[in-house]
Design a protein around this ligand. Structure first.
Ligand SMILES: NC(=O)c1ccc[n+]([C@@H]2O[C@H](COP(=O)([O-])OP(=O)(O)OC[C@H]3O[C@@H](n4cnc5c(N)ncnc54)[C@H](OP(=O)(O)O)[C@@H]3O)[C@@H](O)[C@H]2O)c1
Length: 226
């Protein structure tokens, strides 16, 4: 595929590397190449099969709107914009394109979500819980999109909304913990990302899966097929 990657930061650069390893043609744009989504015209996107976005919460919605106007399929890894999800979903359905997003493209964290969903039963047995998340000091949004996803999964499974406590320190790639505490014992669940490569591999595999598809998808719709 001809893939256009938006964002030449820590994750976008790695997505480009993985996509090239998987024999895709790749072009990457950074903020100065694409102010207010100005590079994403129908003409500029003519030769592009799919766009992948790893930018910022401030830039991503304009990028999505421009790509949907040009009827381009899109994979979005950027977090911190999910208040706009209903509007984006409607735009995807109206434009007849394929769109896939995830707060976390690693297979490990998606397995961790399943474990947390199961462990949420503890909250119906008088356990009290908290979610802790740690990321590098430059991360722009808090709580992380992954922590918010964990919170929703646990709430849907148990009816209880856990507090999220965020730490920003050093160069931590991404650590998420769920701690469930009773007078008798404590359950600790922890996922600790060692590098961003798992995210990049998941995003590129999601792009391949989305090729030729229409509709609004979440990574959980496809990761088991990887
Ligand atoms: N879903 C997942 O699995 C996953 C995994 C990791 C990160 N993320 C999310 O992905 C996003 C990026 O993370 P990161 O760690 O890579 O951040 P980062 O290192 O700060 O990179 C962000 C990049 O976006 C670029 N940018 C900003 N506006 C742009 C625009 N209009 N067009 C093109 N590029 C633009 C910036 O360009 P300049 O350098 O020129 O300013 C920068 O290179 C964050 O929201 C993060 O939470 C998601």
């Amino acid at each position: 595929m001809n893939i256009l990657i938006l964002g030449r930061g820590k994750t976008g650069s790695l997505v480009a590397e993985v996509a090239r390893e998987r024999h895709h043609e790749v072009v990457v744009l950074c903020a100065s190449d694409n102010p207010r989504a100005s590079a994403l015209t129908a003409k500029r996107l003519e030769e592009v099969d799919l766009v992948i976005d790893f930018t910022t919460p401030q830039a991503v919605v304009e990028n999505i709107e421009a790509c949907l106007r040009a009827r381009k399929n899109m994979v979005v890894g950027t977090t911190g914009w999910y208040g706009e999800l209903p509007k984006v979903r409607q735009m995807v359905e109206q434009s007849g394109t394929g769109f896939l997003y995830a707060a976390n493209f690693s297979v490990g964290i998606n397995l961790f979500f399943d474990v947390a969903r199961t462990a949420a039963a503890a909250l119906q047995h008088r356990y009290l819980g908290q979610i802790f998340e740690r990321h590098h000091a430059q991360k722009k949004d808090a709580p992380s999109g992954t922590a918010a996803a964990l919170q929703k999964i646990i709430k849907d499974a148990s009816g209880t909304e856990l507090e999220i406590i965020s730490f920003r320190e050093g160069d931590v790639v991404g650590m998420h913990e769920v701690v469930l505490n009773s007078p008798n014992d404590t359950i600790y669940l922890c996922h600790d990302a060692k590098s961003r490569r798992g995210f990049a591999q998941g995003a590129v595999r999601a792009a391949e899966w989305l090729s030729g598809k229409k509709g609004f998808f979440d990574f959980k719709d496809m990761w088991r097929e990887m």
